[in-house]
Ligand binder design. Structure first.
Ligand code: 5AD
Ligand code: FES
Length: 346
């Protein structure tokens, strides 16, 4: 097993059988060996610096009905909200003062916001905070829409592929969504010039180790600048409410593997990881992640943006989370830095 990890470290890739072998047979010792390598690679590229992204969840309206997600359109228990442009700008102001130089505008697929409106928000943020990067995460749009966002100043785009297996994709999503369109969107984003993030949930219902191998192979082939991976966590108002959450150990293993596959990629220690384990984010960093994404949304709406149950940080102000994360990173020998934290193309 260590030979497989050495190969992954030396060649930045594995074949299908080797991936499967590693996923099916890892134990604590193997994980620790992997993390010693993945951590070394992260330290080589980023030192002990952790990039922060201020997450602004600006709408929880969503036209989609993904089976796993708490803000799916058919969930009548979700109290819906939208932030005004001024509210978004005020979140950015708070974030800027705390040292954030990346804002992530995330929302459900909410047709209330026309492209003109998104462009307007982007331009206003860019004119107020010209030294900041903007990441959009608002789902599947046309090539033309993506291009307009890019031209208006969006630098990056997050769109997780969720699972690279067609059949598995259909078990997690209604018929209106397809893996092929999702992938097309990702290729369009890359073509336009965005730094692109994709990723998947670990332990989503029906997921097999073979599926995860496909995820890893897709990620290697697509070679995104950012990779978001977090455990699936059930939400009480979904059909998956009684499904078990994804495992901490497997999530950490995958962070380590992706760090070795794409050495200079940006990998967050996600809020979902911090939700299934109180030190999940620290463990994520020690497995090779190098980004954290504290929440900048107004506390008044935090509890309404629940993709899964028991989400952490829904009662804390931005400054509190920032302080908390600073301490958490310090406790493991890392530090939050004031930096846009762009992907470094070689
Ligand atoms: N558990 C964990 N992650 C989830 N997401 C959506 N619902 C859940 C859930 N129940 C993730 C998806 C999406 C991202 C914004 O949040 O991967 O892309
Ligand atoms: Fe939000 Fe710790 S990061 S309270």
């Amino acid at each position: 097993m260590k030979a497989i990890i050495d190969k992954l470290y030396n060649t930045q890739n594995l074949d299908r059988e080797e991936f499967l072998n590693l996923l099916n047979n890892f134990d604590t010792n193997i994980s620790e060996y992997l993390f010693s390598k993945s951590r070394e690679v992260a330290l080589k590229h980023f030192g002990n610096s952790i990039y922060t992204r201020g997450l602004i969840e600006f709408t929880n309206y969503c036209k989609n009905n993904c089976y796993y997600c708490g803000i799916r359109s058919s969930n009548k228990n979700t109290e819906r909200y939208r932030l005004s442009i001024d509210e978004v700008l005020s979140c950015c102001k708070t974030g800027y003062e705390l040292g954030f130089r990346t804002f992530v505008l995330q929302g459900g697929e909410d047709n209330y916001f026309s492209d003109n409106e998104i462009v307007d928000i982007l331009k206003k943020i860019k004119s107020n905070y010209s030294d900041c990067a903007i990441t959009l995460s608002i789902g599947e749009k046309s090539y033309e829409s993506y291009k307009r966002y890019f031209e208006a100043g969006a630098d990056r785009y997050l769109l997780r592929h969720e699972t690279a297996n067609e059949e598995h994709y259909q078990k997690l999503h209604p018929k209106s969504l397809s893996l092929s369109n999702r992938k097309q969107c990702l290729y369009n984003l890359k073509d336009i010039g965005f730094q692109v993030g994709t990723g998947f949930m670990i332990g989503s219902p029906y997921q097999t180790m073979e599926n995860i191998v496909e995820d890893l192979m897709f990620i290697k082939e697509f070679s995104p600048e950012m990779v978001g991976m977090g455990p699936f966590i059930p939400h009480k108002d979904t059909i998956f409410s009684n499904e078990p959450a994804g495992s901490l150990e497997l999530t950490l293993l995958l962070i380590g593997i992706v760090r070795l596959l794409l050495p200079n990629s940006l990998i967050p220690a996600t809020t979902a990881l911090g939700t299934i384990d109180k030190n999940g984010r620290e463990k994520g960093i020690l497995a090779g992640a190098n980004v954290v994404m504290p929440n900048l949304s107004p506390v008044s709406v935090r509890k309404k943006y629940l993709l899964y149950d028991n989400k952490i940080c829904t009662g804390e102000e931005a400054a509190e989370c920032n302080h908390c994360l600073q301490n958490r990173m310090k406790s493991i020998g890392y530090q939050l830095v004031v930096d846009r934290g762009d992907y470094k193309y070689k």
